[in-house]
Ligand binder design. Structure first.
Ligand SMILES: [Zn+2]
Ligand SMILES: [Zn+2]
Length: 347
């Protein structure tokens, strides 16, 4: 039996270790991937590596980690007709029951069944030489995109794209992006591609500089004058759209308070709290506030189609690339907050 390397995170202990595993064999409806690129997601760091909440029913189960996979088809199960050996594929990172209403709509992230499981959390994921996948979670990776592009689309870019889609951003809008980590930066790039004027805000001057390099029209390092600067830039009106990616109380307040009358606000950053008086902040301003959690499978296909059409390259936001052998170094660097988007690649 062939063997492979895979990385397992010791939840809450700031440790990752490489172990040897058997290379799995695809059964009915399954496809074995040879990994080419795998992105590190903020949730790997926040919800597994640093601290792990065992009371959360969806917590990490100690499998091979990584839920942003991209690779080629190495072998297919007996009844698989969609893909052939050698095909380049992106992976939608959640498996569902296939029968509940969200699954039938392709919104597998919202699957209501106990069978729902996530690659890299509840079943073996992307930080390995090979990965066993369910056929229906795979999408074709177009020739125009690299494996690193594909890995980043899986969770990060797809989430950002769906948030931008929820607010129906266009050239009519000035868009405020609060929080310029990988999800916020991608949201800024996609809003720009849809023709909007984009303001990016973060507490990190480095992240603001990066956003400006990627086409943000106005970058602001957050301070007590930020709201005034945004109003000034929009002739006192505020922005048509706020995309909140910081998950902080001040960031969320800035997103709501910067929105103009009848504005649209999309909350993407998860966890934390938000405490405010909705009368002045939302109700009297006639705001529409959306929650947006990842994307559906057909929305991900649409994301890929438009990324290619607009000539966007998700890999542009990558700051560090590592081989899987250096998985510990990669996590240590990210833990210090010194990296942007980190990916693992295979030759
Ligand atoms: Zn993720
Ligand atoms: Zn389901």
């Amino acid at each position: 039996m062939a063997r492979m390397q895979g990385a397992v995170i010791k939840g809450g202990q700031r440790q990752v270790e490489l172990r040897e595993f058997d290379v799995p064999e695809p059964g009915p409806g399954q496809v074995l991937l040879r990994m080419k690129a795998a992105g590190m997601c903020g949730s790997d760091l926040h919800n597994i590596y640093r601290t792990m909440n065992l009371d959360d029913p969806g917590h990490y189960l100690g499998c091979i980690a990584g839920h942003e996979p991209c690779g080629t088809v190495e072998a297919v199960g007996p009844d698989c007709r969609r893909f052939e050996v050698g095909d380049r594929v992106v992976v939608y990172h959640i498996c569902g029951c296939g029968h509940c209403t969200p699954c039938r709509k392709g919104w597998v992230v919202n699957c209501t069944s106990e069978q729902r499981n996530v690659y890299g959390w509840h079943r073996d994921g992307a930080y390995a030489d090979y990965m066993l996948t369910e056929d229906y979670t795979l999408l074709s990776l177009p020739d125009e995109l690299s494996f690193v592009d594909g890995a980043i689309i899986s969770c990060g870019f797809g989430t950002s794209f769906q948030g931008v889609r929820r607010a129906d951003v266009s050239g009519y809008d000035t868009v405020l992006v609060v929080g310029l980590g990988p999800v916020g930066l991608a949201a800024a790039i996609i809003s720009k591609a849809r023709g909007a004027r984009v303001i990016g805000v973060d507490i990190s001057a480095d992240r603001v500089a990066t956003a400006e390099k990627h086409g943000c029209d106005l970058g602001l390092v957050a301070d007590d004058k930020t709201l005034d600067r945004i109003r000034e830039y929009t002739n006192g009106h505020g922005v048509e759209v706020s995309l909140e990616c910081s998950a902080s109380q001040p960031g969320r307040m800035l997103a709501l308070e910067s929105a103009r009358l009848w504005g649209r606000v999309v909350l993407l950053g998860e966890h934390g709290r938000l405490d405010f008086n909705p009368s002045f902040t939302i109700i009297q301003k006639q705001l529409t506030v959306h929650g947006s959690w990842m994307s559906g499978i057909s929305e991900m296909e649409d994301t890929i189609e438009h990324i290619v059409r607009w000539g966007l390259r998700p890999e542009d936001i990558v700051t560090h690339t590592f081989p899987l052998e250096q998985v510990s170094e990669a996590f240590e660097l990210s833990d210090k907050g010194e990296a942007g988007k980190v990916v693992f690649t295979w030759n």
